[in-house]
Design a protein around this ligand. Structure first.
Ligand SMILES: C[S@@+](CC[C@H](N)C(=O)[O-])C[C@H]1O[C@@H](n2cnc3c(N)ncnc32)[C@H](O)[C@@H]1O
Length: 262
């Protein structure tokens, strides 16, 4: 790609600090105030990739659900995945992601498609994926369990979820009668984004159900993941990940041969 394309990239403010072929880095929102969350998550992703897929990755497929401008999808392609697909509900993000993948010379192994997460199926995306990313999405949804079901159906080996959490409730509930008492398995917090649906990072419907830690882990277990692990944040992690207000969870289907990782 030309110098003109780099100049075009550098004239815009992005959600992500993309490193361009010249070494220049794209300007980001609020003078870089959010860069730390992206660097922390990329660092945690790299750590997980090293354990999950240590060898040659050319035969592997990866999917980035709600890819935004394609930062993590581009990173997966640069990390050796032979085929990477990114999907997002917002067409403007898909256009930015396509532009950026061209600028980074990744277009042969990287595709971006406009798609709501609830419409993402193996039939529409050419089968399942060795790795599925679901970063920064489920807490913007009114149907996070449905989205996790979609992610599960698309996963062949491992799903990595990164999400905001709410504090949980626990205890026993009289479920219709004091004679039928059930334990809470977790809880959801309801967040109003109805005034922000125009925002590039926001919900498309405005009604957001944010899971508690226990709720997310229990749902992943119910969806059939064999091994579920909260990944430790690095020492210098972005504050939300450092203090457990957001977490990254690795959910694996049975690894080949049934062995456990790390
Ligand atoms: C906070 S951003 C996170 C982007 C990226 N995954 C990351 O973690 O950096 C939320 C993204 O979810 C997308 N999104 C919101 N609702 C969606 C839906 N129902 N289906 C697919 N994408 C959605 C938004 O357009 C936006 O790109």
């Amino acid at each position: 790609m030309s110098e003109a394309a780099e100049a075009k990239a550098l004239s815009k403010t992005w959600f992500y600090p993309f490193r361009l072929p010249s070494g220049a880095v794209t300007p980001t929102y609020d003078g870089g105030a959010l860069d730390a969350i992206h660097y922390t998550r990329r660092n945690m992703l790299d750590h997980a990739l090293a354990a999950l897929f240590p060898g040659e990755r050319g035969d592997l497929r990866a999917l980035d659900l709600a890819c935004h401008q394609g930062y993590f999808a581009c990173h997966l392609a640069q990390s050796g995945f032979g085929e990477v697909v990114g999907t997002d509900a917002r067409v403007e993000h898909i256009e930015d992601a396509r532009f950026m993948s061209g600028l980074l010379g990744l277009q042969e192994r990287l595709r971006f498609l406009p798609m709501d997460v609830h419409e993402a199926t193996p039939e529409r995306l050419g089968g399942s994926f060795d790795l599925v990313l679901c970063f920064g999405l489920i807490y913007h949804l009114e149907n996070p369990v449905g989205a996790l079901r979609s992610a599960r159906a698309l996963t062949r080996r491992a799903l990595l979820i990164e999400t905001q959490l709410v504090p949980g409730l626990s205890g026993m509930v009289d479920y219709g009668s004091y004679r039928f008492v059930r334990p809470l398995k977790g809880s959801f917090g309801l967040i109003d984004e109805t005034e922000e649906t125009h925002g590039p990072e926001a919900s498309t419907t405005g009604i957001c159900l944010v899971p508690s830690r226990e709720a997310l882990l229990w749902i992943l277990e119910r969806l059939g993941f064999a091994r579920i692990e909260i990944l430790p944040p690095p020492e210098d992690a972005y504050e939300q990940l450092r203090f457990g207000k957001r977490i990254m969870v690795l959910a694996e289907l049975s690894p080949p041969g049934g062995e456990r990782l790390g």
